[in-house]
Write a protein of this length. Structure first.
Ligand code: ARG
Length: 460
């Protein structure tokens, strides 16, 4: 027998490097609180079911409470020799209350224990993340309200396409973060299932009460199949997948904000609080935090790819490979929470150069569709209208005129259907405000979307 908690059938000590390589305590100590919580529920059940004497259950409970206090006070020290958080806690409990601590592991395995800790860990943290997402959405709505009529170029292929409002643009991101929010809400459902009671893989011979443990720990359901309970990491993969999609949204927003801060665009200016300078160039003001978030997208994608690959082809049930599940989730959680906070503050504090945005829509031919639509309403087939306006655009490019600068006679030479009333329709304001189709960019639509978005957030 060796000195490991599982050392009964072993005669030789672990090879050099093995303890270090095999240990997870370096990172799974983040689940220390959850490990104690799970043990408290388990021992309450063992006592209640008469699986161990109530007096022993009470002694263990008192010991676990003491460990909770020591943990909160930062007084617990963990060692690699004890491998992971579960064995470290068991050892600490044994040091505290003696061999009766060994009864805690009755009808339990580290396989269902680690799965339970991990579910608890994520379940405890999703609300804070979702609150942060709500805060980000609130800022987007407030800014969209303020900029419901701030006109800017809308792009396709990063070329000026049609005028839109900055409010409409911001609400597009509101929608993306709404879907993120809903995905995390769904993720909560699959995280809210208790694995404990599956034991190693097959269930247990002891008369356990899994529903009691679930109620103690606040889980809404228990896993139905013991093999699935200890093998399932879908909840972690769903979290990482949701995190990756969220980062994709943030990185797209980051990219646009970074572009818009450039001298060439100059649509916005970041507040000093969310910018950094250069150590050599005194004039610099860099959008570092948008860039860093864009960069961190890579690490979150990596976390998802890593765990997907770890889980690929794993036979049921527990395999040590699965110890690799925690670091990507812990890291992605910290990364996305930080990124969402950063964007909330950044969007709330940036300055919008409204004039500059609006001016960018005036001589860019982004009203060409207006003229084509105008002709179409006068009975010209849209295809033909498109061709006529295309030729007028070419003429304008060659002569240095915008469509609204061309004399009526020139316009009528191209299409006799054109009248004096065309000019009113060629302004960016008209282009925006005529887009009242459901989901369109008209100011009235944006204001309505803002109030709907507010109601949605208020109902949370
Ligand atoms: N440290 C392990 C992990 O994180 C705990 C489960 C170990 N179970 C086992 N049978 N070796 O996955």
């Amino acid at each position: 027998m060796t000195d490991k908690l599982w050392g009964g059938r072993f005669t030789a000590k672990a090879a050099k490097w093995v303890d270090q390589f095999g240990a997870s305590i370096g990172f799974d100590q983040q689940m220390a609180q959850e490990d104690l919580e799970g043990s408290l529920a388990h021992v309450a059940m063992l006592g209640q079911q008469g699986i161990i004497p109530q007096a022993d259950a009470d002694t263990i409970t008192a010991g676990l409470h003491q460990l909770q206090q020591q943990l909160a006070a930062g007084e617990l020290t963990f060692t690699v020799a004890n491998e992971d958080i579960h064995l470290n806690m068991e050892r600490l409990l044994t040091d505290l209350i003696g061999p009766v601590a060994g009864k805690l592991h009755t009808a339990r395995s580290r396989n269902d224990q680690v799965a339970t800790d991990f579910h608890l860990w994520l379940r405890h943290r999703l609300p804070e993340l979702m609150q942060a997402l709500s805060d980000l959405q609130s800022v987007l709505v407030a800014q969209a309200d303020q900029h419901a009529d701030t006109i800017m170029p809308g792009y396709t292929h990063l070329q000026h396409a049609q005028p839109i409002t900055y409010g409409h643009y911001l609400l597009a991101y509101f929608e993306m973060f709404q879907r993120d929010y809903e995905r995390f809400a769904f993720n909560q459902q699959h995280t809210d299932i208790l694995p404990l009671g599956a034991a190693a893989l097959a269930g247990t011979t002891f008369p356990i009460d899994r529903e009691f443990v679930a109620a103690q720990l606040g889980f809404s359901a228990v896993y139905h199949n013991s093999l699935d309970a200890v093998s399932d990491r879908d909840f972690a993969l769903e979290f990482l997948s949701n995190a990756a999609i969220l980062m994709q949204h943030l990185s797209r927003l980051a990219e646009e904000l970074i572009l818009w801060c450039t001298y060439e665009f100059n649509y916005i200016e970041m507040s000093d609080a969310f910018s950094t300078g250069s150590s050599i160039m005194p004039q610099k003001k860099n959008a570092d935090f948008a860039e860093l978030t864009r960069g961190k997208t890579g690490r979150v994608y990596g976390a998802l790819m890593g765990l997907l690959t770890t889980m690929k082809s794993l036979p049921l049930a527990y395999n040590k490979d699965m110890q690799e599940d925690k670091e990507p989730v812990f890291d992605a959680y910290t990364t996305i929470l930080g990124s969402v906070h950063i964007f909330t503050g950044m969007l709330d504090s940036l300055t919008v150069h409204e004039e500059r945005m609006h001016d960018a829509t005036i001589r860019d031919f982004s009203n060409a569709t207006e003229l084509a639509d105008y002709l179409a309403t006068k009975g010209v087939p849209f295809r033909k209208a498109h061709a006529i306006v295309g030729e007028l655009v070419l003429h304008g490019l060659q002569t240095g005129q915008s469509l609204q600068d061309m004399p009526l006679a020139d316009l009528q030479a191209a299409a006799p259907e054109i009248d004096q009333d065309v000019y009113a329709e060629l302004s960016s304001e008209a282009a925006v405000n005529r887009r009242t189709s459901l989901g369109g960019t008209a100011v009235a639509n944006v204001r309505q979307e803002v109030s709907q978005a507010r109601a949605l957030l208020a109902a949370r």
